[in-house]
Design a protein. Structure first.
Length: 459
């Protein structure tokens, strides 16, 4: 395999905060799309928890259904999506996926009865099914969009700027969390769910427009390893490379461990707010906003100092801190202290997310980025699905009426599940610390030699 030809990255003036024009367009489009996604996601959870399943014992399961609908396609189709992303034009792939996601969200409006058509009055079951189906289809599009975006960023951003690019990307996500959820709550309770759907559809349409303006280099049209048309062989090559990379395996295993617990937060936070923190459901959006504010601060810090930081060390230290702070959060009984803890937890969470992309790009040849993403993301999603499913099942059945006292502390169902999630985060951080302890000593020539050896396919 010839890896001698590399994309040319013209130097960008340091005064330009978004690195270069192409990255600036990608960054702007995703910033808008992220706001729409968070308005949409928050509204779906509030819609189900306070309207469709209000007062029902199965409400936690219904809420977890949204999250499972987003993650199950990743588990089942992620590895195969990566194969085709490695074959296809990255920019065109992103454009096509945004167009499809816009259409899917618009189609949800009449299917759920939000826009009356032909006098239809869908039942609760029909509305839930329509919501889940739309989330599944949108998630399938994301399986192609995400790896294509990572590969395209690798093409338009120089290697020494990728840590900064990852930090800027995380900044937009967390800035969106300061805007989306707080807007979604009042918008839903005053105007209804249809506006959240419209906002998300418009955000995808705007992202579509910005991506069409990107001038992608010729290298963005990837040449796949192996022969075209042999998807199984190409998927096997990706798995082989992945399994030989200590960095990728360590990142994946530690992420799987922490996500087994972290998935419970998305599922049960709305119930933690109302039952344990004794706050109104209208304040639920502030939970995401608090963590988003801290995460924004963390992303800015990592972005500014990216060139001076060892991303492997950032990864495991951040994971340890996340586990510790989730455990502290589980013991909160008042809304304001809980908000403060989540704000602090957002800082290492952002640093953790920022560190993943530079580490992956550092040890992965661009011809395999789609397939590496196709292993990493499904593995994490599988753990998240398991965590969401177990958390929803426990909270809605076995631990529904759980109360216990230990060492002067009172434990209920939701806070006990959150405490277990925090402990899993600590275990993941310890594993990552030992797995990545020698990464900082590897020079670039050693990394490149390892990559070249791993991707050579025996005759």
């Amino acid at each position: 395999m010839d890896t001698s030809t590399q994309p040319v990255h013209p130097p960008a003036p340091r005064a330009v905060p978004w690195i270069n024009r192409n990255f600036g367009l990608l960054w702007t489009g995703q910033a808008i799309s992220n706001v729409g996604d968070l308005v949409f996601d928050t509204t779906l959870i509030l819609w189900i928890a306070t309207r469709l399943a209000a007062g029902m014992s199965w409400a936690p399961l219904a809420v977890s259904g949204v999250l499972l609908s987003a993650l199950v396609p990743t588990v089942l189709a992620g590895p195969w999506a990566g194969v085709f992303v490695d074959r296809w034009d990255k920019r065109r792939t992103m454009i096509g996926m945004d167009a499809l996601r816009t259409a899917f969200i618009v189609l949800l409006l009449p299917l759920t009865g939000l826009v009356p058509i032909f006098g239809l009055h869908p039942s609760v079951g029909w509305q839930l099914g329509s919501i889940y189906a739309t989330v599944v289809l949108s998630s399938l599009c994301s399986l192609f969009f995400g790896p294509a975006q990572v590969a395209l960023i690798g093409d338009v951003v120089a290697p020494e700027e990728r840590g900064r690019a990852s930090g800027l990307g995380q900044m937009t996500r967390h800035l969106a969390s300061l805007i989306g959820p707080p807007v979604a709550g009042p918008l839903f309770f005053t105007l209804g769910a249809r506006w959240a759907l419209l906002i998300n559809a418009v955000s995808f349409a705007l992202s579509f427009i910005f991506i069409t303006l990107v001038h992608a280099p010729a290298s963005a049209r990837s040449v796949t390893v192996g022969e075209r048309g042999h998807a199984i062989r190409e998927a096997r090559e990706g798995l082989r490379f992945f399994g030989q990379s200590r960095v990728l395996v360590t990142i994946t295993v530690s992420a799987v461990i922490i996500m087994l617990g972290a998935g419970s937060l998305d599922t049960l936070d709305v119930f933690f707010v109302t039952r344990t923190l004794h706050a109104s459901a209208g304040f639920y959006g502030l939970i995401s906003a608090a963590m988003g504010a801290g995460a924004l601060l963390g992303a800015i810090g990592v972005s500014v100092f990216a060139k001076r930081l060892n991303m492997a060390r950032v990864f495991w230290i951040s994971m340890l801190l996340c586990g510790l702070l989730i455990t502290v959060y589980s013991r909160m009984t008042a809304f304001v202290p809980a908000i403060v803890v989540l704000f602090i937890a957002g800082v290492p969470m952002a640093a953790l997310n920022v560190s993943v992309m530079p580490l992956m790009l550092q040890v992965t040849p661009r011809e395999l980025i789609g397939r590496v993403s196709g292993v990493l993301q499904p593995a994490i999603s599988t753990a998240t699905v398991a965590g969401i499913g177990v958390a929803g099942l426990l909270a809605g059945t076995v631990l529904q009426s759980f109360h216990a006292h230990l060492l002067g502390m009172t434990f209920g169902s939701t806070d006990t599940i959150f405490a277990a999630a925090g402990l899993l985060g600590l275990v993941a951080g310890i594993y990552a610390m030992y797995g990545l302890r020698r990464v900082s000593t590897l020079d670039q020539e050693t990394i490149e030699a390892t990559v070249q050896e791993s991707v050579e396919v025996p005759a």
